[in-house]
Design a protein around this ligand. Structure first.
Ligand code: PHE
Length: 346
């Protein structure tokens, strides 16, 4: 009977079609072709009414089995296609763990900040606290309250950038002294104040219009120049090595009396004299002195009860000496080749 032959041929045709089918959309179409209303099974069914009950039964049983087989074959093919897709994806996304990784560019602490951090560590261990103040300062705090009235000749050394006649970029960290003294209202005090300062200097190898200082101020009963020397000797040895010495030379600052310039023994020649220390055996590192009575009085302290010392360290100067740097501008142009060298230094 034709219909039975037709049924027998369906699965063979399907096998042939599936062989060439490699994607899900095509498979969906093949499924519709075989099981849909216009498919071969539907076609056989459409002619059923022409057959005897016996043949109908036979065709019914066979076409059900074929329908089931078609569904199974299509399902199997779907699984194959999906597996192949996943495998292709896994293949293309495979990670080769033997390839070198991506290198991350890591930064480094700026040498000036490293010096500030070292100073903070040292002085905090000696009982000081760290204070800060504004970089835009008033003339009053930057100069007047430090015994530098308007027109004082010592102002010449600290010409700075003025915002108006009363507001300026601070030329030193000393105004933080005055601010803290007024805050403490006559009580003993032990602070360091690191920060940026500005001066109207033309930039060259040793001058920069912006640089950094770290101020120190200790006020209390019976504080003497010997205490100042001790505080600075500790610092010089921590920064440059245990074998270093310091010496104090008389100097002048309006806010200290007596005032000193502090030198550290030369690390190259150990005091004998060489080109680094210009044959003197010593290298100047900072200014300091006993706080001037006028400054104490102007900022709420009675010099008969409380005295003390102050010092001002130039951060760039320390860094240049410590790391052998010959041009201050290196700190500010941010050339990565320069900065990267400090990855190893500590
Ligand atoms: N402020 C002074 C300067 O910048 C340094 C200094 C600070 C000197 C404290 C004495 C005491 O030159």
């Amino acid at each position: 009977m034709d219909e039975l032959k037709e049924l027998d041929g369906i699965l063979e045709n399907l096998d042939e079609d599936l062989k060439n089918c490699n994607d899900i959309n095509q498979l969906a179409k093949t499924k519709a072709d075989y099981l849909g209303k216009k498919g071969p099974l539907a076609n056989v069914m459409a002619n059923m009414r022409n057959f005897s009950a016996e043949v109908k039964k036979e065709i019914g049983i066979r076409s059900n089995a074929i329908r089931k087989a078609i569904e199974e074959k299509i399902e199997e093919k779907r699984n194959n296609i999906e597996d192949a897709l996943i495998n292709a994806k896994l293949e293309s996304e495979k990670i080769d763990v033997t390839l070198p990784g991506v290198k991350f560019q890591t930064g480094v602490i700026h040498p000036l900040n490293q010096i500030v951090m070292d100073l903070e560590d040292l002085y905090i261990s000696m009982g000081y606290t760290v204070a800060t103040g504004p970089e835009i300062e008033t003339d009053e705090f930057c100069f007047e309250k430090l015994n530098l009235p308007k027109g004082h000749p010592a102002r010449d050394m600290q010409d700075t950038f003025y915002i108006n006649p009363e507001l300026l970029l601070r030329s030193q960290t000393s105004p933080v002294q005055a601010r803290k003294m007024l805050e403490e209202g006559g009580k003993p005090l032990k602070i360091i104040c690191p920060g940026k300062v500005y001066r109207r200097d033309a930039d060259d190898a040793t001058h920069s219009h912006q640089f950094m200082q770290c101020e120190g101020l200790v006020l209390g009963h019976d504080i003497t120049l010997a205490d100042l020397k001790g505080a600075l000797l500790e610092m010089a040895r921590k920064m440059f090595g245990k074998d270093r010495e310091i010496r104090l030379r008389p100097s002048f600052f309006p806010f200290t009396e007596p005032s000193v310039e502090v030198d550290v023994s030369c690390g190259m020649c150990h005091g004998k004299g060489c080109s680094t220390c210009k044959n003197s055996g010593w290298i100047e590192i900072l200014g300091a002195g006993m706080v001037n009575d006028n400054v104490l009085r102007m900022n709420g302290y009675d010099p008969n009860i409380i005295q003390g010392f102050a010092f001002g360290i130039g951060i760039e100067r320390l860094a240049m000496l410590k790391y052998n740097i010959d041009d201050i501008r290196n700190f500010y142009i941010n050339d990565v080749r320069f900065l990267e060298q400090f990855k190893e230094v500590k």
